[in-house]
Ligand binder design. Sequence first.
Ligand code: MSP
Length: 512
Amino acid sequence: MSKSFYITTPIYYVNDVPHIGHAYTTIAADVIARFKRLQGNRVFFLTGTDEHGQKIERTAEANGETPIELADRVVKRFQNLSNALNITNDDFIRTTEERHKISVEEIFRRVEKAGDIYLSEYEGWYDVRNEAFITETQLEEILALPEDKRPIIEKVKEESYFFRLSKYQEPLLEHYKNHPEFVKPRYRLNEVVSFVESGLRDLSISRTTFTWGIPVPGNPEHVIYVWFDALTNYITGVGFPNHQEMFNQNWPADVHLVGKDILRFHAVYWPAFLMSAGIELPKTVFAHGWWTVEGEKMSKSVGNVVDPYQVVEEFGADVFRFFLLREIPFGQDGDFSKSAIVARVNGELANGLGNLVSRTLGMIEKYFDAKIPKPGSLELEDSDVRDKALAMIDVFEKEMDEIAFHKALVTLWDYISDVNKYVDESAPWTLAKENNEDRLGTVLWTIAQAIGVVTLLVYPFMPESAEKIWSRLGFSEPISSKTLDNAKDWGFVKSGQSVEKGQSLFPRFDDK
Ligand code: MSP
């Protein structure tokens, strides 16, 4: 059986409830997963929660609960996000599960067996919020920041197991050179390469001053460093070490989607651990940018943290999904604001797509008793709508494969504008007045085909709206039973299918 396309999100810390940063990565992963299925691939899509470590232990303590009570409570907010956002993940992993403990113990043992772990003492700084050991260079960078911008760091001195990261400096550089697609976007690869070139020190991978974690095999005084534990989720989720068949079916991952802040863990530490354990490396780590909110950094102290559930309540999941991926090129930072969402809804959704669908289906209802008409012979302008669709699908597919959502959506919406123009120019209402039924049928049939294509391509981004359009176009089978090849088959919206104009898909917002 051919390998599945395997995509992951980071696993989210349960010390706090989800915000748009979490929703963003999960939505992006879902769009890719749905698109890959549409291309005819088998897909495995994993998300989950990161539940160990000092940060969780401290948050629980401050709340007067145990870490597992905290995790059990907060994890629901993350799991329910799948429903609220229409996410099609195949599994949800929690690092406190037994299957994960087995997996982490196993990879730890393999790395140990490779001679890459030794016992020593860590003396230096630790950033609990980011669960990161601070190197000397990083310390200098931190001290150079204005005081109110510095992350909180603490001095640590404790016995610790170390991973021989230094040994992997050259192999990593070699890997980046031979696989430039390992880190995307390209400019991020350059950052990773210069970080590694500047020299890698061995990495502390166990802690002894708290207990909330997976004990080191053979020395339970130590718990395994939370990032060593967390990164391993990506192999646990596909059956490591005991479900060989499932593992082979899915691993290596095709894409780990991550935020830019955690790229180093994924593009330096993780491949080094895997090399040491003799496990194949993931194909690509894609780092996306960060959202500010109304121009400001999102933070609890500012009180501007955006709750994804609230956005869904106000705008619906589809609009939220569309906005996040249309607003900025994936990889770059962007700004989140209600006025920006409203502008997208009114422009692209209400005027562009919504208008095309509603006026077309309205005319088919009115002139053809709500049945897709039969086409007569195609004129040049009709076949042009078809040819443009076929060319557009190719470009769209390439851009999606590059994870350039924003470009793919521009490509699709340029086509929607072209089709709207075709409607205006062929003026079906005039053809109706002239009783030119043959020409009228051809034009409306052509627009119906174009809408069919657009609907399939919109589906990964806005599944609910696409399903709605799909059934209004008169299909009885679900859209997910179709592939992109269907979209290339002009005429797949069959004459005689019953259409329904229905209610407005994207009501305009009053921008006040
Ligand atoms: N638990 C680790 C990841 C372990 S993966 C093996 C973690 N969790 S997190 O909950 O803090 O963050 C998860 C993701 O949210 C990161 O990819 C981070 O980049 C992303 N974001 C946090 N704030 C964000 C924005 N303001 N905007 C966009 N993404 C943001 O890190």
